[in-house]
Design a protein around this ligand. Sequence first.
Ligand SMILES: Nc1ncnc2c1ncn2[C@@H]1O[C@H](COP(=O)(O)OP(=O)(O)OP(=O)(O)O)[C@@H](O)[C@H]1O
Ligand SMILES: Nc1ncnc2c1ncn2[C@@H]1O[C@H](COP(=O)(O)OP(=O)(O)OP(=O)(O)O)[C@@H](O)[C@H]1O
Ligand SMILES: [Mg+2]
Ligand SMILES: [Mg+2]
Lengths: 273, 273
Amino acid sequence: ASRVIALMNQKGGVGKTTTSVNLAAGLAAVGRPTLLVDLDPQGHATMHMGVDPGSVDPSLYDLLLDPPAASGEGLDPLDALMCIRPNLGLLPCNVDMAAAEHELSDVDERQLRLRRILAPLLEIYEFVLIDCPPSLGLLTLNGLAAAREVMVPMQAHFLALQGVGKLLETVTLVGQHVNPSLRVSGIILCMHDENTRHSREVVDDIRSFLEDSSEQDVPWAGARVCDPAIRRNIKLAECPSFGQTVFEYAPGCPGAQDYGALAQSLVDEWDAM
Amino acid sequence: ASRVIALMNQKGGVGKTTTSVNLAAGLAAVGRPTLLVDLDPQGHATMHMGVDPGSVDPSLYDLLLDPPAASGEGLDPLDALMCIRPNLGLLPCNVDMAAAEHELSDVDERQLRLRRILAPLLEIYEFVLIDCPPSLGLLTLNGLAAAREVMVPMQAHFLALQGVGKLLETVTLVGQHVNPSLRVSGIILCMHDENTRHSREVVDDIRSFLEDSSEQDVPWAGARVCDPAIRRNIKLAECPSFGQTVFEYAPGCPGAQDYGALAQSLVDEWDAM
Ligand SMILES: Nc1ncnc2c1ncn2[C@@H]1O[C@H](COP(=O)(O)OP(=O)(O)OP(=O)(O)O)[C@@H](O)[C@H]1O
Ligand SMILES: Nc1ncnc2c1ncn2[C@@H]1O[C@H](COP(=O)(O)OP(=O)(O)OP(=O)(O)O)[C@@H](O)[C@H]1O
Ligand SMILES: [Mg+2]
Ligand SMILES: [Mg+2]
């Protein structure tokens, strides 16, 4: 079995890509075969790994338009798959993916295409991380339909809390219609200022909300605030410009420590199941 | 004449709302009649001023659906206008505005509605700041069509640079089709870490790009990096939860100093024209 995680939050700039890339790299670094899926037309995860979205061919976009079918037709995901680091594969985005939301809007099984693309790849990869775009549109819905769990990167700020209701409502709808086993397993605190009272208050807010929900029949009943939080660290903002993960760019810096520890906690939790 | 500024950036979480609110408050504080327009269905600017988007009636949304017409029909903007502080008016968002993009998609002059709403208000307000949503959709296009200048809040990070091309392309298109006098007048550096080499390099990148464009026939030929940059300051993330501007919540803190100085620079520039 594989652990398939959608890194999702419709709010922009909260750390989805930074988390997808560096968590994937952390998992690969401890020997777990990991697949990173760049589901965002911005192509930031692809760029972050040093791949140029302008020259990717074929890409995840091509697969979404022509996914593998039971009949054997459709593109083979292995053609788009890039083995970019030891233990780390990438399904890259290319610049045309901006058209996907529109072009997929009235095709068959439009929410299930990514699930079909990933099915054969689950035999190769133990962990799959899906970097979602900052929206609740068709691409994100594909991410949620293909995943088994959702992790929500967010900042511990008041305004960041405002979108959480809508996010959970979307996860619930996807769970009801196309993916009954979908769970929210964690909140990942990104760009975290552990020293401010404001952050602590917002985190307390999140924790008490999750405690209240733990006895209800909701997809986030088992969710927790992930440990550790990811501290703000300029190295994490620098390494994308070099096409590197934080482990390559600045091993041992706080960003590498935090994502490394978070990756290890995901592995330990998985092995214990 | 009035200075009508769209605070625009399709990237999420870059400081559009924090800038719209605190710059508007800074202008009002030095005695300039200022209007804050909450064009974002998230309603964060409205909340930030202590107004509940769930109970606003009528709202900017109602005006967009039924704007004032030459015939005298349509809603009166003064009905939706809220005088929320000395010298500071608000055209508030309400929760239904999420439907606006869809409902406006095939009406007459769908990009020009905000311009018609603002026209009578320019007799009352010297400065108008329009808080745009994180998208390039119909609401943002209304903001760009109604404005005379665009200011772009952004973070001095590599990944933040990636969306700038698309942003400028959109401003150019709006300029060509509906608003020939639209200019990009400034880049506002938000959440700025002045002490890191990475931020300095990105700012140098931006400055040299603007210098190269200064002789071209493009809408950003006159744009500059605004001074001062707005430093990261937790007070700016805290005050929205109290429905206060930073000047009310923590006068004298770095966030108040920076937005106060930026407001003063906009006033000085305007008075000198
Ligand atoms: N812990 C951190 N410390 C410092 N900078 C960070 C950190 N995490 C992310 N960043 C920077 O913050 C910005 C936003 O992060 P990121 O791109 O990962 O967010 P996102 O949610 O994927 O954004 P989008 O919604 O546009 O896809 C980027 O410039 C990134 O380099
Ligand atoms: N200078 C700053 N220092 C600290 N926190 C800040 C600063 N500027 C903004 N923030 C915080 O960062 C987050 C994003 O800011 P803001 O909401 O203003 O961005 P935005 O571009 O309007 O986002 P959206 O795209 O969702 O509308 C908020 O939680 C805000 O309180
Ligand atoms: Mg991203
Ligand atoms: Mg905003």
